[in-house]
Design a protein around this ligand. Sequence first.
Ligand SMILES: *[C@@H]1O[C@H](CO)[C@@H](O)[C@H](O)[C@H]1NC(C)=O
Ligand SMILES: *[C@@H]1O[C@H](CO)[C@@H](O)[C@H](O)[C@H]1NC(C)=O
Ligand SMILES: *[C@@H]1O[C@H](CO)[C@@H](O)[C@H](O)[C@H]1NC(C)=O
Ligand SMILES: *[C@@H]1O[C@H](CO)[C@@H](O)[C@H](O)[C@H]1NC(C)=O
Ligand SMILES: *[C@@H]1O[C@H](CO)[C@@H](O)[C@H](O)[C@H]1NC(C)=O
Ligand SMILES: *[C@@H]1O[C@H](CO)[C@@H](O)[C@H](O)[C@H]1NC(C)=O
Ligand SMILES: *[C@@H]1O[C@H](CO)[C@@H](O)[C@H](O)[C@H]1NC(C)=O
Ligand SMILES: *[C@@H]1O[C@H](CO)[C@@H](O)[C@H](O)[C@H]1NC(C)=O
Ligand SMILES: *[C@@H]1O[C@H](CO)[C@@H](O)[C@H](O)[C@H]1NC(C)=O
Ligand SMILES: *[C@@H]1O[C@H](CO)[C@@H](O)[C@H](O)[C@H]1NC(C)=O
Ligand SMILES: *[C@@H]1O[C@H](CO)[C@@H](O)[C@H](O)[C@H]1NC(C)=O
Ligand SMILES: *[C@@H]1O[C@H](CO)[C@@H](O)[C@H](O)[C@H]1NC(C)=O
Ligand SMILES: [Cu+2]
Length: 584
Amino acid sequence: MGASYLPSPVSMAAAFLFLFSALSLFPDLVLAKHASITRHYKFDIKLQNVTRLCHTKSIVSVNGQFPGPRIIAREGDRVVVKVVNHVQNNISLHWHGVRQLQSGWADGPAYVTQCPIPTGQTYVYNFTITGQRGTLLWHAHISWLRSTLYGPIVILPKRNVSYPFAKPYKEVPIIFGEWWNADPEAVISQALQTGAGPNVSDAYTINGLPGPLYNCSSKDTFKLKVKPGKTYLLRLINAALNDELFFSIANHSLTVVEADAIYVKPFKTATLIITPGQTTNVLLRTKSHFPNATFLMAARPYVTGLGTFDNSTTAGILEYELPSNSSILNKKKIPLFKPVLPQLNDTSFVANFTTKLRSLASAQFPANIPQTIDKKFLFTVGLGSNPCPENQTCQGPNGTKFSASMNNVSFILPSTALLQAYFFGQSNGVYTIDFPNNPPIPFNYTGTPPNNTIVSNGTKVVVLPFNTSVEVVLQDTSIGGVESHPLHLHGFNFFAVGQGFGNYDPNKDPANFNLVDPIERNTIGVPSGGWVAIRFLADNPGVWFMHCHFDVHTSWGLKMAWIVLDGPLPNQKLPPPPSDLPKC
Ligand SMILES: *[C@@H]1O[C@H](CO)[C@@H](O)[C@H](O)[C@H]1NC(C)=O
Ligand SMILES: *[C@@H]1O[C@H](CO)[C@@H](O)[C@H](O)[C@H]1NC(C)=O
Ligand SMILES: *[C@@H]1O[C@H](CO)[C@@H](O)[C@H](O)[C@H]1NC(C)=O
Ligand SMILES: *[C@@H]1O[C@H](CO)[C@@H](O)[C@H](O)[C@H]1NC(C)=O
Ligand SMILES: *[C@@H]1O[C@H](CO)[C@@H](O)[C@H](O)[C@H]1NC(C)=O
Ligand SMILES: *[C@@H]1O[C@H](CO)[C@@H](O)[C@H](O)[C@H]1NC(C)=O
Ligand SMILES: *[C@@H]1O[C@H](CO)[C@@H](O)[C@H](O)[C@H]1NC(C)=O
Ligand SMILES: *[C@@H]1O[C@H](CO)[C@@H](O)[C@H](O)[C@H]1NC(C)=O
Ligand SMILES: *[C@@H]1O[C@H](CO)[C@@H](O)[C@H](O)[C@H]1NC(C)=O
Ligand SMILES: *[C@@H]1O[C@H](CO)[C@@H](O)[C@H](O)[C@H]1NC(C)=O
Ligand SMILES: *[C@@H]1O[C@H](CO)[C@@H](O)[C@H](O)[C@H]1NC(C)=O
Ligand SMILES: *[C@@H]1O[C@H](CO)[C@@H](O)[C@H](O)[C@H]1NC(C)=O
Ligand SMILES: [Cu+2]
């Protein structure tokens, strides 16, 4: 991938009608600041042969690219992506973190907001980007297909609006992924059969490349070529399937300026933690003079669970341009420095880093934290088990099958989409509205686990009236070992107002909540053996998925959905589905 980019030329389209009607009211304002445009993309889903680690395989790709193409837009723009499915798999794509205000039909999770796009068919995702700027990602949202179907979403500020930091010299997306030599669809399908944990990946990748620390991989290394004395904006994205990652660049510090397309109070760090589904923009200030060295940038996992995991390290190279009068003839002689990453299990680093993340909460970019709460929930998140079917042997814990749940409900995807069933009043036999507000049987969530770890199951949702202000405490459990789970909420950003280790205490913990500048985001790592309290305003009508962003845990049922009802005003209602919405 190149180290710089400009917004690709796209056609000016839909904004015309809006401009025409609004012009008479605010002519200058509209032309100067709100000249939003429509950006058209065509995504052809097709097979592509790709070689990594000396292993060639056919992957499902967008337009033959791996990772997939970047989407670039300005805040306020409309994005229209025409997706054509040329492969045998059912496909759906998700625009991770995009608020999808009143465009829930374009959100993407299969069997939640849409039936998947079948072979040979087309679906047009059509949405605007409102009130967000920074970096997000898009990825497939069906089974494990996002292992190869993913790419960056770059949201530039509106024209004439600058960053709340000095304009960087160049901007570079850095997207982490996970590579299997085997077919990831076969990996998860086999695991769900046997009940065992799935085979772990063979490598992590940076912009699709595993880098020099793997066998047969040094030619597949991402290189970031830089000039001395400049500031680069790195748009970090974790698109790995099952692993939170530490990231660091040798001998350089990074200034964190944005997370999940929300500006944060800048802070310096040598190392970051980033969970799957999270994005983080950082400024990299290069050394003022040619340093006569190259530097590894490396990522490896933060691991908390008990299972097996891919503990390998992916790396790219930060390479300074040689000065023009350089006497260095043999580049290979220049020393290579390596970063020191935290221990794989360094939970205290993660807790320390997390407390530094604060919303910018400025006059221009305020943090609208719900101060009073209409509905409070406590959801346990964790593993569990399913009994082994008769006459089968299972390879999960104690001869059972692995499962996972929220409030002891392992969520089962329906065979039609929840949003359609809701919109057309056909919930019967599709879902029930009895998802528990609290754990059905309280226990010491982070103490000795209960003897019976068998979970219940169902397609249960919570219904929220429009504009409900919601607080959810996500509580990790010790069933199958305490573990950090990256929980992702569709359709909203939330504020992480508090977190801690052990069991949440509703009497003591709220006193320490940060209601001034908590981090606002769409994905958060629930602390291993702890809890996090999040708040959001349910101002977006539709059906919104909430799930662990470890695909293995989502596959095991660590997911649920919210239904947010229409409000009374016309602009508070979910519009009818587009005519090309796929059918089940
Ligand atoms: C991938 O490689 C196989 C075996 O060489 C070949 O048959 C197939 O046409 C290739 N597919 C694509 C999409 O290039
Ligand atoms: C996208 O949605 C807007 C608003 O509903 C509509 O005006 C426009 O025609 C749609 N564009 C496409 C290509 O479907
Ligand atoms: C750069 O480092 C190499 C290896 O240490 C050394 O041989 C070379 O003289 C150095 N060049 C400069 C310009 O410092
Ligand atoms: C990774 O796991 C392998 C196999 O379990 C082990 O041999 C190796 O020491 C581990 N590496 C690290 C860095 O923990
Ligand atoms: C983390 O791993 C190291 C090395 O394996 C081990 O010594 C240490 O006890 C572990 N720490 C925690 C908190 O589990
Ligand atoms: C937290 O991070 C800061 C700066 O990165 C460091 O100085 C401090 O020692 C860390 N604290 C803990 C408890 O790790
Ligand atoms: C399990 O095996 C027994 C003995 O072979 C057989 O009678 C029974 O029908 C089997 N049960 C199922 C559910 O296949
Ligand atoms: C829960 O278990 C932990 C670890 O065993 C223990 O320290 C704690 O006191 C227990 N809490 C309660 C409320 O029993
Ligand atoms: C679990 O089982 C053991 C042994 O049967 C028993 O002593 C213990 O009380 C049980 N624990 C719980 C929480 O039910
Ligand atoms: C759901 O729970 C029932 C009752 O325990 C069980 O028979 C069934 O296999 C479960 N279904 C799934 C998909 O786990
Ligand atoms: C498996 O059994 C052991 C011993 O009975 C128990 O400690 C452990 O919690 C069980 N694991 C699960 C996931 O049920
Ligand atoms: C594709 O989706 C349709 C509609 O949900 C479903 O009936 C079919 O079984 C799916 N096909 C595959 C290969 O998963
Ligand atoms: Cu999880």
